[in-house]
Write a new protein. Sequence first.
Lengths: 304, 271
Amino acid sequence: MTPPLSIEVSNVTVAYPNGLTALSDATFTLKQGTIAALVGVNGSGKSTLFKAIMGFVQPVSGSIRLAGDTVKESRKHKLVAYVPQSEEVDWTFPVSVWDVVMMGRYGHMNFLRIPSAEDKRMVRESLARVGMTDFQERQIGELSGGQKKRVFLARALAQNGQIILLDEPFTGVDVTTEEAIIELLRALRDEGRIILVSTHNLGSVPEFCDQVVLVNRTVLAAGPLEEVFTEDNLSRAFGGVLRQFHFESSTIQDHDGKTVKLLTDDERPLVFGKDGHLEYKDRSEREELVKQREKIEDGRVNDE
Amino acid sequence: MNWLTPLQYPFMVEALLISVLIGSVCAVLSCYLVLKGWSLMGDAISHAVLPGIVIAYMLGLPLAVGAFAAGLFCAMATGWIKACTRIKEDTVMGIVFTGMFAFGLVLFTKVQTDAHLNHILFGNILGIERADLLQTIIAAVITLSVVLIMRKDLMLFCFDPAHARAIGLNTTLMHYVLLSLLSGTIVASMQAVGILLVVAMLVTPGCTARLLTDRFDRMLMIATASSVLASCLGVYVSFFINGTTGACIVLAQTLLFLLAFATSKWRTRSV
């Protein structure tokens, strides 16, 4: 029997040949069936951590285990799939959507890379899952931002990657598509996969992640969203980089009916409630939590 | 003299056949170079083979071996210096290949050879010697077969090296395979167009095809067709106008590129 899926990063230190230590003593564990956010500023070591998990850089100390195997051993099972950042892809490259998704099957083919019936079936299925079947003949540059993301997600599915690494999946993606992608990621989580999402877009994290790994040259905190994603931890991870806007009581008067509308141009805002609890836009799957908070609130009112 | 006259000369028939072979090797590889953005690398390696050729001559080795080694040396030296300094790759390349080319020129004047510098620099497809012909054919056949066998892996390597690595391809090895293929192609086409114009053979067919299609397999086919056509046309025309064959081939390549450019312009306008 294969051991259950997991990512175990223990005491990992990564240094580059030019002497820069990108990550020191990083430790965290992810169990199967999770969507985890890897959160930190640019240059905090997010991509180094990705590279270490994919085996592109060798840690100088510490170890990484994927489902119990070393990174090298796990490569045989094509366990890890990577969805690149949009900026990393040459969108003018002469390949179609179908071609790109088929690349996910290369690892499963012989050295001539001639697709079998099974390979084609997997590609068709993956395309259907991300809703891109109608676009399979398009050249990849002719797609919208969200469609581009979905193509590479389909490639990860075609690869049958159980650990899926996504690099900044929501940059250049409109909100509707973002929700569609989140829906898909949840479905993948429910199949038992581990989804690790690197992002600096704080607001989207509470909407779809259940675990958070906060990095700044090391792992500052890792664990369930509610415990790790606090104002305190975030200010440690981001320092003075975050802009803050307090809705003081003077802003929210009774004549507003306790409603304030918050608009941002692109990224989702991260909103904390009165006691520092997270505010969610999407409350599905969180009905329990909301009830619980109401109870606490009621208790307080009664005390007064 | 009519339009069939060239075919009455064995050396012309031979030159045409050789140009078909060289044309296809260059075309196939040019697709990868264009997409990988390695045009300057092609230029650099082609210049850098000169000292290798002279040294091979001094040691009595096949010239192709010396050229191949020097080409790879240029690429590796560039990579190594770039990794150790803050200088950008294209700059390092400019220094390395001009240095090697100049060294080759100096070496050439100091060493007595019966090779003609002009033939190395500008090619001599009509007067190609038996031994050189064999080297050209071997280099071309090996290079072409390796590219065709590895064409999908090489394509993935050019498109998305990170994914290639994630599914277990050795991308460092691929890098050197592509470099070796490039050197091999330069060795093969040296006889036809010479090391100064080789870069045209290595870039133009791929660009021509790129303008006409946005699918990789079609790009390979169009590039091959245009390159073979241009090579034959160049050899054929040079017979009549008594011009340098290598230059005629490159001119034909350029002409086809301009045609493709005009076509793509006209196409986007009519859409």
